[in-house]
Structures are given as C-alpha cells and as structure tokens.
Design a protein. Sequence first.
Length: 305
Amino acid sequence: MQRFFVLFALCLLASFTVAQDHDGFIGVWVDNFGETVKLCITEGQTRLEGTYNQFGLIQADLSDFSETANGKFYDTYYQTDDECPRGDFTWHVNGNTITGHYSCFDGLEGGDWVLNRVIPQETPSHAECNVLSDSADDDDIEGAWNLDGNIEDDDDWNICLDGEQFTASHGEPGTVGSTYQFGRVFENGRILSGSYITVLDNYGNIGLGGTTIFLSEKTALSSFNWVSPNSVSQVIQAPPGSFFSISDVDKIGDTTSALCNRNSFLAVGYYDDDDFVPVFKSSPASVLSVSVAFVFAVVIAALAI
C-alpha cells in the first residue's frame, strides 16, 4: 500500500511538472533590450502569441512539450529607419527564464534574445497579448473600416491587398490627418507591416512613420504607429508624441483600389532611401495641387524621352 501511494504521488508530481512546463511561456516578461513582453498560448496549446510595448508582435509554433517556440517577430519601423522590422527567432523556456536568439529577415542582424519573468507572475489576457484572429480568411483585412465611428462620412480607412503587398488610405485628400500606408502582408493576411505618410497641419507638412496593422481575435482592426526616425531605445523611452495606437476598429464593407490609393500622391518621392523627401510649406489647398503637378511633370518628362 505504501508503494502504491509513493507511485501515486510521483505521478501527481510528474503531471504537475508537465502542466507547468506546458504553460511555461505564459506571462509578462522583460527582455534584454528592456521591452516588456506579454505572451499567451493559443490554438489548442500549439501556438505562442504575444506583443511588446505597443511596438511588436510575436507569432510562433510550440514544440518539445511547449518548452520551445520557433516563429517570427514584427516590429514597427518606417521603411528607411536603420533597424530590423521583422525576422525569425527561437526561444526555450526554463522556469522564469527564456533564452534564445533572433535573426533579421535579411540576415544582416541578429543576436541573443533573453527574457526574465516579471514576479509576482501575471497572466495576460488574449486581448493584452494582441492575439490574432484564427478564423480569418486571407483577404478579411481588405475592405473599408470605420476609423472615426462615423459611417456616413467619406474618410473611412480603406485597405487593399495585392499579393504580398498592401496599400491603404484614410482621410480626405489634402486634409490634416489624411494618411497613406503601404507595405507587406504576413501571417495569411492578418498582419500588415509597413510605413505611413500623413499630413500634419494646415500648411501641408508631412509626417513619416512605421505602422503594424493586425486583425485581432475579435476580428477587429488594430495598429501600432511609431514616428520616424525610430529605434529600440526610442521605444523603451516612449516620449510623448513618439507613437499612437488604434484598437478595435470595425469593418463596414468592401472597398476599391481607387479608395485605397486616394492619398497615394503623398508617397511621391518617398519609396526609396535615396529619394528626396518633400515638405509642403504652402497653403492646405496646394498640398494636392503641388503633388499632382509633380506627377504631371514626371509623366511629361518621360514622354519626351
């Protein structure tokens, strides 16, 4: 009988240990860069999802009894920020420590990625981990989204997908706050990673930044947006005005390419690192006219060749 109880106790201990290891990644962590990382296990204990500092997203598959995670990270940078916007990583959890490494998508950057659990231990919700929708189709993020809560106006957030690329516009062309976004599509159309260009004021001054747009678990649209130039140290300090986020925007219908690209004139001269970055110093009405005139001049010059 005593032997039976010893065996029973060992089985209970083994079960408890496996259960702890199985949920070992769940929690709030601080990594070796100073970022606060919130992690959740999803999809029948097979996926690790998370977020950090309203700046980055984690998407990974679990293996080795959920002690190892292999996946991708997505950070929020403008196209010319001298930083790594996305890449691959491997983590292994052991108690209150996660050890691993990361590599940038272009293979030019990488290193150790170590996280220590915040004590007392916390269990973030799926919303706090920015868990993605697991029921979305590849093109569900495409469409018109009600950014300002007014369905009847003409400044919806319109998003279009074209293979691995996306374009988006919101706001009426030339008005303060009107924005153009462009970049790449990831995670079966649930994450859009790219850049934004926006009209800052009534004089048409332009603001640049990085954007990460994602389809949340409740099938609503959210995004992180960081002003360029940006860096990890900037993210850790998060000074006022350096970033803003958008949460739980509802979809209101379909869209067209014309609507998605209505503010694309803002991107003239912005696509490449070496391009001239124009700053409009004239009246608001001239924002559109100057850009259209520039495009017209380029077309005329091309025809003359």
